[in-house]
Every structure is written in structure tokens, then in C-alpha cells.
Design a protein. Structure first.
Length: 256
């Protein structure tokens, strides 16, 4: 499933892609030139989320939509932010209006809320991705760096991958009728730039890096803080790591 030449061609489309013409998936013209190319050093690119730094401003959601030409309708997202309200009776309320870019309602009286926090979510770029396993035509694949992508030229719009994703991170693009999701802004990172969501975050809640590089900001984050992933029991080996000052958030996150 490795298509490195395809990815090399993809990176050359930076001028078009960074102006918001990514078009809901990998470009058909770029995918057409894809063939296997060996010899590229293997990396393991991933994302870290510092929950206690996220303020729920939705800047990352807006930046992602502009950078990747995600449809404007309020139910298409490559990344989104959820607010968790933990009430004193242990009831958990999860909210995400317009992907975290909209004003949230007052779901509970302030006196009844024990704690609250925001959680950005996105494709977990799993090392053992169920979406790739169920794709009948091989449209979903992993790059040499471990990024999970969708070849829109191959995708037949069957939605199997959307149903298989345990994190709800995929959607069917309304114009191309192919599966779409977060690419960790692969067209940017191949040029040495940060993903759009990481670059615009005002509190640096998102950390991007190579898990195989000792100099990576993400490796340093994992070394300094306890991290956890979502739904580890599924053995998907996700590569989005969450940090927090205590373990009190973990049980609420794993149950949603």
C-alpha cells in the first residue's frame, strides 16, 4: 500500500493546495502519477494534544477548513473540538456545535458542574488502521511516514472506511463523493511546514512531530508528560497523544 512517488507528486502541488484548493481528498491528477518509490527514510509522524491548554476557541477548525477546502456546511470536518462537562452527579455532557467553532449552549447550571475541558479530535493516523483494512479497492493507504491518506482516484465512495473508523474522523465529501479526512496537512509538512491547526493554535495546545526523532517537540512532550490515546483496547495503535495534569479526564474520554 506504499505509494511514495504519489506522495512526492502530491507535495509538488503545494502552491495550489495552500490556497484552499485541496478539494476534499487527494487530487485525482496527482494520484494519476502515483507509483512505488523505495529508499525514503521511514518516519513516524504524529500529533500531541495538551488538553489543559485548549481553550475551545475553534481557530484550528476554521484554519483547517480554509487550508483544505473542507465544505462549509456545519457537519463536515477534518478536525473538531468537543467540550466535556462533568457534573457533580457524575453525568457527562459532550458538546460540539459547528465542530467547536460555534457558541455552546448552557447545558448545565454552573453550580452543578464539577469540571469542564475541551478536547480537539481528528484522524488518529493509526499504525493499525481499520479503515485501510476494510477498503475494497486499496484507496486508503499509509505513507512511508505513517500518515493515513485517501487516494480519491481509487475511492469508489462505498463508505466502508467511514463506518470502520472508531473515532468518527471521516466523512463523505458532498462534491467528489469520496471519503475525506485529516491528512495532517501532508502537502504542508512535506515542505517543512506545520499542519495548519498546529500553526494557528494561540495556546500551542497542539504539538506535531516525528516519533522517531529525539529532537522532535512531540517526543519531548511524551517524555515530560504522561500521555494516553483514545480507545486503546481496540488495538488500532493511534498516533494522536493526549496529555493532562491528572488522570481525571481519561475515563470520560475513553467512554465517548
Amino acid at each position: 500500500m506504499r505509494r511514495q512517488k504519489f506522495l512526492d507528486v502530491l507535495s509538488k502541488g503545494l502552491v495550489l493546495l495552500t490556497t484552499g484548493l485541496f478539494g476534499g481528498g487527494i487530487s485525482n491528477d496527482l494520484a494519476k502519477a502515483a507509483t512505488t518509490n523505495e529508499g525514503v527514510r521511514r518516519k513516524s509522524l504524529a500529533m500531541g494534544i495538551q488538553i489543559d491548554k485548549c481553550i475551545g476557541c475553534g481557530t484550528c477548525v476554521r484554519a483547517c477548513k480554509v487550508e483544505n477546502d473542507v465544505p462549509a456546511a456545519p457537519y463536515y470536518f477534518r478536525t473538531w473540538v468537543e467540550r466535556y462537562l462533568i457534573k457533580r452527579d457524575d453525568t457527562v455532557i459532550v458538546q460540539s456545535r459547528n465542530g467547536g467553532d460555534g457558541e455552546l449552549s448552557h447545558a448545565a447550571e454552573e453550580k452543578d458542574v464539577l469540571r469542564s475541558f475541551f478536547v480537539p479530535k481528528l484522524c488518529n493516523h493509526c499504525d493499525n488502521p481499520p479503515c485501510a483494512q476494510v477498503c475494497p479497492v486499496g484507496a486508503t493507504f499509509q505513507t512511508e511516514e505513517g500518515i493515513v491518506l485517501v487516494d480519491s482516484k481509487r475511492c469508489i465512495g462505498c463508505s466502508y472506511c467511514i463506518q470502520a473508523c472508531p473515532y468518527g474522523a471521516r466523512y463523505m465529501h458532498p462534491e467528489t463523493h469520496t471519503a475525506d479526512k485529516c491528512t495532517l496537512c501532508y502537502h504542508r509538512t512535506r515542505q517543512g511546514l506545520l499542519p495548519a491547526c498546529v500553526e494557528v493554535c494561540p495556546t500551542q495546545a497542539r504539538v506535531y512531530g516525528d516519533l522517531k526523532s529525539g529532537a522532535s517537540p512531540l517526543v519531548r512532550l511524551k517524555r515530560l508528560y504522561n500521555t494516553h490515546v483514545l480507545k486503546p483496547a481496540l488495538n488500532t495503535k493511534p498516533k494522536v497523544f493526549y496529555t493532562n495534569r491528572s488522570e481525571e479526564h481519561t475515563s470520560e474520554l475513553q467512554s465517548h
